[in-house]
Design a protein around this ligand. Structure first.
Ligand SMILES: C[S@@+](CC[C@H](N)C(=O)[O-])C[C@H]1O[C@@H](n2cnc3c(N)ncnc32)[C@H](O)[C@@H]1O
Length: 258
């Protein structure tokens, strides 16, 4: 009898699944929580995700006239901040509009619709597309971001390469993602909170604990700070660096296309 060829696997929380199954599994996670996604972020993080996103935008330093692509942009937190910051900068400098524009690209329509319901801005457009095969030409964007999205893709290296492809030479890339806590004491507390509090909170607020069990497990399997920086260099980014947030609970990685 012939042996079945081994199928490539991908991480899905603590499980390894057939890599062809991961996109639909992750999609169903976000289908289930889309309407409660924003409120759950506030409750789970005690509002910290807003501070992390604000710090990320300060580092990104949006400039009037720039175009951002926010990959796995979900309900649009990063794109909205980008456009607002660029507008404020233009106003401070006495420059006329257009200040900047952003495209949110996410493969989950439920998440995009939940974001649209929160309010539209003529400088922001919403596109349904896959991070592994971005529906944009080469060298199109001044900045590319991915916030709490990279952990969810089947192939992190391929996603990094495609984000590098659509970036203009001189453009900057920023990834905001959960990362590795540095101190043992904080890690123990954080683990206890993650595994004992977050899934039950998900059940209480979003009516479903499973997406949040996936969340806490997927964080543990995502590459730590240094390993992600190495992946970014391998994808072509230059001047790669990272900043820990809240002791490494999250981290901002940045790199440039030169
Ligand atoms: C945790 S949410 C992050 C949303 C938003 N960026 C934020 O920071 O609040 C992860 C998002 O990644 C999207 N996503 C996961 N895999 C994707 C892929 N392969 N292509 C595009 N979007 C993807 C999901 O649909 C979801 O909206």
């Amino acid at each position: 009898m012939m042996n079945e060829p081994e199928r490539p696997t991908a991480t899905y929380g603590f499980r390894d699944v057939d890599s062809r199954d991961k996109p639909s599994l992750v999609k169903s996670v976000f289908d289930r929580v889309a309407d409660r996604y924003d409120i759950m972020n506030d409750v789970m993080s005690g509002g910290a995700h807003r501070i992390w996103k604000d710090i990320a935008l300060t580092k990104l330093n949006p400039q009037p006239g720039e175009i951002l692509l926010d990959v796995a942009g979900g309900t649009g937190d990063i794109a909205k901040r980008f456009v607002r910051r660029a507008k404020e900068t233009a106003r401070r400098r006495g420059q006329p509009a257009p200040a900047a524009a952003a495209i949110i690209c996410d493969y989950n329509l439920e998440m995009l619709n939940a974001g649209r319901k929160r309010g539209l801005d003529e400088r922001i457009s919403w596109t349904c597309g896959d991070a592994l095969n971005l529906p944009f030409p080469d060298q199109r964007f001044d900045a590319v971001t991915i916030s709490f999205g990279l952990r969810n893709v089947v192939d992190i290296d391929a996603a990094l390469r495609d984000m590098w492809r659509v970036l203009k030479p001189g453009g900057r890339f920023l990834c905001l993602e959960f990362s590795r806590v540095r101190s043992g004491a904080l890690a123990a507390l954080y683990d206890a909170f993650s595994f004992n509090v977050i899934p039950p909170l998900g059940r209480l607020i979003a009516g479903d604990s499973e997406p949040y069990q996936y969340l806490v497990e997927s964080i543990r399997r995502f590459p730590p700070q240094e390993a992600l920086a190495e992946k970014m260099r391998a994808a072509g980014f230059a001047k790669v660096g990272f900043t820990d947030l809240s002791g490494g609970i999250a981290a901002i990685h940045m790199g440039w296309r030169v």
